[in-house]
Design a protein around this ligand. Structure first.
Ligand SMILES: Cc1ncc(C[n+]2csc(CCOP(=O)(O)OP(=O)(O)O)c2C)c(N)n1
Length: 292
């Protein structure tokens, strides 16, 4: 592990001072995601001018505004489409998307499914706080069963999206999920995602004490962090229990969020495949006499 960069140095180098302080509430994990991303960029020595950011709408989608890189703050749920356009226009760019669970899997769900299926070359940092934070706490499609939200005052009765498993099933090249309070693994995953040529999803479980926590008896940050501790399990541990555990242990871990790296494949992203196709067609036309 390289030595951790000083936070003030990162702030000076990468943040737009005039945009600070952020809109994030006390105890929100979104600012930590900014820190992890900047550390990943710094450790990989990526020139910030080669980065293009995109986001939709929501607290998490405000992040590109704080980072001194070119970016698009787009419409709700459409960050991945705009990011696809950026990558198509200039495949040299490192495209990073910041999005929320509502933005990406609620209103933007279909775009997410197809961007992952097509393995579009980009890094998506999805901040899953189980709720529509910015608009005051409507139910998100990721909210666990029983969650209280403004639109679910008697408890959520809908099954939740398992975002990382969905992306894995769709064939995204890189997929990882970490609670935000793990300091090293998310940075490593963001680095791996940035270096991966295909669609990289890093789902960060980010607490929202204001819109989710207060309604769910998790308003104090230590209660939320304990909840994450109690309700997450490393993929390797999960598999061990499913193979060798008792029935009770298996039932218990099935209710938990698996965390870790779900998928890490080396395969060409969409635009690399596209370039190859163009080359094939040029060769075919050349063989036919230059298309004359
Ligand atoms: C088309 C459209 N529908 C609804 C909204 C209202 N809206 C703005 S942000 C938001 C929810 C964002 O939630 P999420 O993506 O989970 O991000 P968070 O704020 O929790 O980080 C909604 C519903 C909008 N701006 N545009």
């Amino acid at each position: 592990m390289t030595e951790m960069a000083d936070a003030n140095v990162l702030r000076e180098k990468y943040l737009r001072d005039g945009m600070l302080p952020t809109i994030f509430c006390n105890g929100c994990g979104h600012g930590v995601a900014v820190d992890y991303t900047l550390r990943a960029i710094e450790e990989l020595e990526i020139d910030i001018d080669t980065i293009a950011l995109a986001s939709g709408i929501g607290c998490s989608s405000r992040i590109p505004g704080y980072i001194n890189a070119d970016g698009l703050h787009t419409t709700h749920g459409r960050a991945l489409s705009l990011a696809t356009g950026i990558k198509a226009a200039n495949p040299e760019l490192n495209v990073i998307v910041f999005t929320g669970d509502g933005d990406c899997t609620g209103i933007g769900g279909n775009h997410f499914i197809h961007a992952a299926r097509r393995n579009i070359d980009m890094t998506v940092i999805l901040l899953n706080n189980f709720i529509y934070g910015m608009t005051g706490g409507q139910l998100a499609p990721t909210a666990p069963l029983g969650s209280i939200a403004t639109t679910a005052p008697y408890g959520n009765i809908e099954q939740a999206f398992n975002i990382s498993e969905l992306a894995t099933a769709l064939g995204a090249a890189y997929v990882a999920r970490w609670p935000i309070f793990y300091p090293y693994q998310p940075i490593k995953s963001i680095k791996d995602g940035l270096q991966n040529k295909g669609f990289a999803l890093i789902e960060l479980m980010s607490p929202c004490p204001t819109a989710y926590g207060r309604r769910n008896k998790l308003g104090k940050i230590d209660a939320l962090w304990t909840w994450y501790e109690d309700n997450t399990i490393l993929i390797e541990e999960y598999e061990k229990i499913m193979n060798y555990g008792t029935d009770d242990e298996k039932e218990k871990v099935k209710q938990m969020f698996q965390i870790g790296v779900f998928q890490n494949e080396v395969k060409a992203g969409f635009f690399e495949e596209y370039e190859k196709m163009v080359e094939r067609l040029i060769e075919r036309d050349d063989a036919k006499g230059g298309g004359k």
